[in-house]
Design a protein around this ligand. Structure first.
Ligand code: NAG
Ligand code: NAG
Ligand code: NAG
Length: 474
């Protein structure tokens, strides 16, 4: 039956000649930035065995884990709902043979897919932002995977754990999913230690200087706007408009709505074809992915120096935790410190670790360069749904491994694969190196700058320079 149907589709494509069936793409592109399903994120890079460090035993794990896939947020719902009317427009364009360019038109089977799409009325304000059942299950599975890999750290003893997450519904649900993955039926009876202080967990939200300089600063999106003004972006909009039978270029917000629906669909059900994904070519999807990378690069990454100042809290938390384990000869509790968190914290923390740093800044006009095409700063790889960053402290026996010289080692994993860090070996770092490099970040972690206005800051540094200068003169 399936083959007959496929055969019929192929025939339609042949006879139609000019029709492009994007839903039938043989090697579809599923890297959708911060809305990428975990399984697509690092496909092809095996997870197994990296955690085994010859001659060493794991002593503690620090984990930063982003929530799984969720329903649209309250502020996204009205935009996504616009697709209901928009879909009807596409269908009438098709019926009216409304194509400027018959070489670029949506194929019949893609249109039929779209025709069957309906807005799910459950996606309303009541359930906005909630973890989906898929997001719940993938969180449980991730917890189980960690437990399987580190049974000596993720034990049945509740005192071995400390959980950190803010008091909101999605984090609560993530906590339930995670602990069910760890403790199964007993999860509910386990009263695990928790910390919920949002001031400590999301310092960027309470930092006026950062908000003014980055979050609310119009320039933060400057490079995204440059990219959107470029030929390669405008041409994408024209092509999409042609494909959908519009006599004019549709606005970019509608393109973004379709993109969001596509990537939500694919995260909620990875096996199902989304009619909204079939609107885009692989080249379109790569451009939309880059636009979001540009946004986070300036909002949370290396694009603004203030991001590395506001992002130190995670590194400090990790260092404080590991120091307890390194400084004490006997095993300490908790052994596992687990943060259930969101994309900004994950991205900021990666930036604080100086991970995934490109050799030059990402900008709106270097899309076609080699380095952007192979960029390290990529949301799809860094912050997919369930994206995570783990640091595992190992205690090694002398001469247990000729490659490991120091007693303590730290293994950094990103989405369960080694995280490349300068000065380390495939994610494995000497403790002295971690203590030096990340210790500096932790020791200088000071949020005082948050409450001083940028102007005063500038004056202050000027006066410091003057003082230093005058001292030299003396
Ligand atoms: C959302 O949908 C559910 C189930 O269909 C319904 O019970 C609830 O009242 C709706 N909420 C809003 C705000 O419309
Ligand atoms: C931000 O910049 C854009 C483009 O330069 C401009 O159209 C918009 O008015 C600016 N917004 C604010 C709040 O300054
Ligand atoms: C737009 O379509 C034309 C014609 O098919 C193609 O040559 C071009 O590469 C497309 N541009 C983008 C940005 O996809």
């Amino acid at each position: 039956m399936r083959w007959v149907l496929l055969g019929a589709l192929a025939l339609v494509t042949l006879v139609g000649g000019q029709e492009t069936c994007l839903s039938g793409e043989e090697d579809p592109y599923f890297l959708f930035g911060t809305k990428t399903a975990y399984t697509f994120s690092n496909r092809g890079i095996p997870t197994d065995r990296h955690h085994e460090v010859l001659g060493c035993q794991p002593a503690a794990i620090w984990l930063l884990s982003r929530h799984g896939s969720h329903n649209p947020e309250a502020d996204e719902i009205p935009n996504l709902q616009k697709l209901v009317d928009f879909k009807n427009n596409i269908i009438s364009n098709y019926r009216n043979g409304n194509f400027r360019n018959t070489n670029q038109r949506i194929c019949t089977s893609d249109l039929n897919l779209l025709e069957r799409w309906e807005w799910n009325s459950r996606l309303n304000a009541t359930f906005a932002g909630d973890l989906t059942s898929d997001g719940y299950i993938s969180t449980q599975q991730l917890a189980q995977a960690w437990k399987q890999r580190y049974p000596g750290l993720m034990t049945e003893n509740k005192y071995d754990f400390l959980f950190k997450y803010v008091n909101d519904r999605r984090s609560e649900t993530s906590y339930r999913a995670f602990t069910e993955g760890l403790f199964r039926e007993q999860a509910e009876t386990y009263d695990v230690r928790k910390e919920n202080d949002e001031n400590k967990l999301r310092p960027y939200k309470f930092c006026p200087a950062w908000q003014k300089d980055v979050e609310e600063n119009n320039d933060t999106l400057g490079q995204v706007r440059t990219f959107e003004s470029k030929q390669e972006y405008k041409e994408m909009i024209t092509n999409i408009s042609l494909r959908l039978g519009f006599n004019y270029d549709i606005n970019k917000e509608m393109v973004e709505n379709m993109y969001d629906m596509c990537r939500y669909n694919k995260a909620w059900n990875i096996a199902q074809i989304s009619p909204w994904c079939a609107v885009f070519t692989k080249e379109d999807l790569k451009r939309l992915e880059y636009a979001e990378d540009l946004e986070t690069y300036y909002k949370y990454g290396y694009g603004n120096p203030m991001n590395q100042k506001v992002s130190c809290a995670g590194v400090k938390d990790m260092m404080d935790f590991f120091k307890i384990h390194v400084d004490n000869a006997t095993p300490q509790q908790p052994k596992a410190q687990i943060h259930l968190t969101e994309a900004p914290t994950l991205l900021l923390t990666l930036a604080a670790l100086n991970a995934r740093r490109d050799s030059a800044p990402l900008t709106g006009d270097n899309y076609h360069t080699n380095f952007v095409q192979n960029r390290k700063w990529a949301n799809s790889a860094m912050a997919p749904f369930n994206g995570n960053l783990a640091a595992i402290l190992y205690k090694c026996t002398p001469n247990g491994n000729f490659q490991v010289k120091e007693e303590h080692q730290v293994l950094f994993l990103e989405n369960e694969r080694p995280l490349y860090l300068e000065g380390c070996r495939v994610g494995l770092c000497d403790w002295s190196y971690v203590k030096q490099r990340m210790g500096v970040v932790a020791d200088n972690c000071n949020m005082e700058f948050c409450n001083s206005a940028t102007k005063i800051n500038g004056l202050l540094s000027l006066s410091v320079v003057l003082v230093v200068f005058s001292r030299f003169l003396l």
